[in-house]
Write a protein that binds this ligand. Structure first.
Ligand code: RUQ
Ligand code: CUA
Length: 655
């Protein structure tokens, strides 16, 4: 035990030493940004960036959209967190998106966005992202830039090795970071080892609509499954997961999960398991998980609870799962564009390990096994090793590829990005990051066809890079030009929340298809009002439904009477505008939720429970025209026992 502690202290000391030494170095202050570099990121007013970057919001629970190379932020797309800015998670239509088996959850921690693919290339249809804390996968439509679907992942905990897409978007894959009892039950924590399970979940994606469904879960040994990536090209049909804590410790993991010299990359032949499942293999297990789906026609999300899930034990499908020894608590698990190389970014390892897919198949064919873990064959490290990059830096986390045979790895402790060559394993270039880089992204990095012009690093510590804003700074991204032999730092820009991973794509793949407005003619919301004749106020017991429209620059109706204390008022509001970028807002005094920001052609509902007698205003929150300030109305609230009749009007006085 003493030895263990000493070694941890050494690691921690190293970490502190490197972090602090880097943080005090102000190496870029003296004009490292030449005017030439400034030109490379300058996007003139009115011109468009060449790339979209979708940067995870981490503990914001959302996804932010940036332009490259300018680093300008265009949008925050709410995914797992309520978003008062537009009423997501507050409006009646969107609340079901945040339903789970634990009830309504207003927040999550989102990590890894990944864009849908066709034939191994980004197709720009959808982007998927994981909810880490309450395991979920979300699908965001890249036509509407709205969250369209969220599926909860049962038997999982700390949904971290997610959400990565196979070559034809057959599956979005989610792996558990924390192993747990499956099914969940009351048991002593100390009995973890051998009893907990790690679920790797394969969620099928319907090619036409993108709808998600859990096809199967593989119940793996109780390791921590940290990150994953699909095989591609020659290795299409396989999926690779890094593991740590193969020691299966449940306490003081910083020491106890760093004991084994090597952990594993788990290689899963999902095609083989899929075939087994298609032939009826696996077991349906009782479960309880939410599936939430937005209907674009009704603008409304419905939440359904699913009651079972298909589980597979590794021993059921011999030849489908192997373990590749990988030093030392690997974090990122990255596959190169050819599908041959699988990089295990061993956080505590001196060298960077690269496995060969071809060698792996050979070893499997020749049944050269070093042993087994819970019945899963372990291959020999030497048999699968393609090569290693010798002492490239300290604390490797993630690797991306430029499609020109180069790889780029982030090193957290030595705070740098290192470029190295696939096949020869030589280091070509290194550039410092400011500071303590986590992920990096090359547009198309997780695909057969990366667009290797830009790379950006997402840094965990910002410190002195921007004007100080108190003890906590937004994280910082750094954009590099990687088109030459050497990386060139072009730009720093702040990000929102904690950007774990990001996905980026050339703008032209998405921009022509984006939605400009919702067609009123297609609106199937059951309580829509598509013209003034359809506006009304209807009492159903204590519920009062207001069918309202909005257009520059009035609400209809804008005077309402006959509402009483104790009623619940539902404002169902349709934005009649049929023009790009003309939302209207709606807010009413004392509402316990948020405003609504309603897109053109859309219907949204805000619930309001008047608590006090009086005449109360409501208004548009978005400065929509010169007469925006006139876009307002009143609702009269009478005592609970009053018999003021229900009336509504616009443009005339209520009699
Ligand atoms: S993690 S900094 Cu959530 Cu992707 Cu590696
Ligand atoms: Cu509508 Cu302001």
């Amino acid at each position: 035990m003493k030895k263990i502690l000493t070694s941890t202290i050494v690691i921690v000391a190293l970490l502190v030493a490197f972090t602090s030494c880097n943080n005090s170095g102000k190496s870029s202050k003296n004009g490292a940004l030449s005017s030439n570099n400034a030109e490379k990121v300058y996007v003139a007013p009115g011109e468009h960036d060449s790339h979209y970057a979708f940067i995870s919001g981490g503990y914001s629970g959302n996804l932010t959209v940036y332009g490259l190379p300018s680093g300008r932020m265009f949008k925050e797309i709410p995914v797992f967190s309520q978003f008062p800015t537009n009423g997501y998670g507050y409006s009646e239509e969107s609340k079901p998106m945040l339903e789970t088996s634990y009830g309504f959850i207003p927040w999550d921690d989102s990590h890894h966005p990944d864009i849908s693919q066709t034939n191994g290339e980004l197709d720009g249809r959808w982007i998927f992202i994981n909810g880490n804390n309450t395991p979920r996968i979300a699908r965001v439509g890249l036509r509407s830039f709205e969250t369209e679907e969220i599926i909860e992942v049962p038997n999982s905990a700390g949904n971290h090795s997610s959400s990565f897409i196979t070559e034809n978007t057959e599956y979005v894959v989610a792996g558990t970071r924390f192993s747990v009892p499956v099914p969940q039950r009351d048991m002593p924590i100390k009995d973890y080892k051998g009893n907990f399970k790690g679920a790797l979940t394969f969620i099928s994606v319907d090619p036409e609509h993108g709808h998600m469904d859990i096809k199967f879960q593989v119940l793996m040994p109780g390791f921590n499954y940290d990150l994953s990536h699909p095989g591609r090209g020659k290795s299409h049909g396989w999926f690779f997961f890094t593991t740590y804590n193969t020691e299966e410790a449940s306490t003081l993991l910083e020491v106890n999960a760093s004991q084994n010299d090597k952990d594993f990359i788990a290689a899963i032949n999902w095609k083989k398991i899929e075939e087994y499942v298609n032939n009826g293999g696996g077991t349906m297990m009782p479960a309880n998980y939410a599936h939430n789906l937005l209907d674009e026609a009704t603008h409304t999300t419905t939440s359904t609870m699913k009651k079972e899930v298909r589980v597979i034990n590794p021993s059921e499908v011999p030849g489908a799962i192997y373990l590749l020894p990988t030093p030392k608590s690997p974090h990122g698990c990255d596959v190169d564009p050819s599908g041959e190389y699988i990089v295990g970014n061993g956080k505590l390892s001196a060298n960077l390990t690269v496995h060969s897919f071809t060698k792996m198949l050979d070893a499997i064919e020749n049944e050269k096994f070093a042993g087994e873990a819970y019945g899963i064959p372990i291959l020999n490290f030497e048999d699968v090793l393609a090569g290693s990059v010798e002492q490239p830096g300290l604390g490797p986390l993630h690797t991306e590829f430029d499609g020109q045979g180069n790889a780029y790895t982030t090193f957290f402790i030595s705070s740098e990005v290192v470029k190295w060559k696939l096949g020869t394993w030589e280091v070509i270039d290194r550039k410092p990051t400011y500071y303590s880089v986590g992920h990096l992204t090359i547009p198309g990095g997780n695909s057969r066809k990366p667009f290797g012009k830009y790379m950006f690093a997402m840094n965990k510590i910002t410190k002195d890079r921007y004007l100080p804003v108190g003890p906590e700074m937004e994280h910082s991204a750094q954009l590099y030009d990687i088109s030459g032999d050497k990386m060139e730092l072009l730009l720093d820009f702040p990000t929102h929340g904690e950007p774990h991973y990001a996905a980026a794509i050339p703008a032209e793949i998405i921009k022509e298809n984006t939605l400009k407005f919702y067609k009123l003619a297609d609106n199937k919301h059951p309580r829509k009002a598509t013209n003034d004749d359809e506006t009304k106020v209807v009492r159903e017991g204590k519920n009062v439904h207001v069918y309202m429209t909005m257009i520059r620059s009035h609400f209809s109706p804008d005077n309402i009477e006959g509402v009483k204390v104790g009623d619940k008022v539902f404002f169902h509001i349709t934005n009649l505008e049929q023009d790009f970028d003309v939302p209207h807002g709606f807010a009413v005094i004392g509402a316990n939720n948020a405003e609504l920001l309603i897109a053109p052609g859309q219907t949204r509902t805000l619930t309001w429970e008047p608590k006090q007698v009086g005449v109360w205003p409501f208004y548009c929150t978005d400065f929509c025209s010169a007469l925006h300030q006139e876009m307002q109305g009143y609702i009269r609230v009478s005592p609970a026992n009053s018999n003021i009749p229900l009336k509504w009007s616009m443009g005339e006085d209520i009699e």
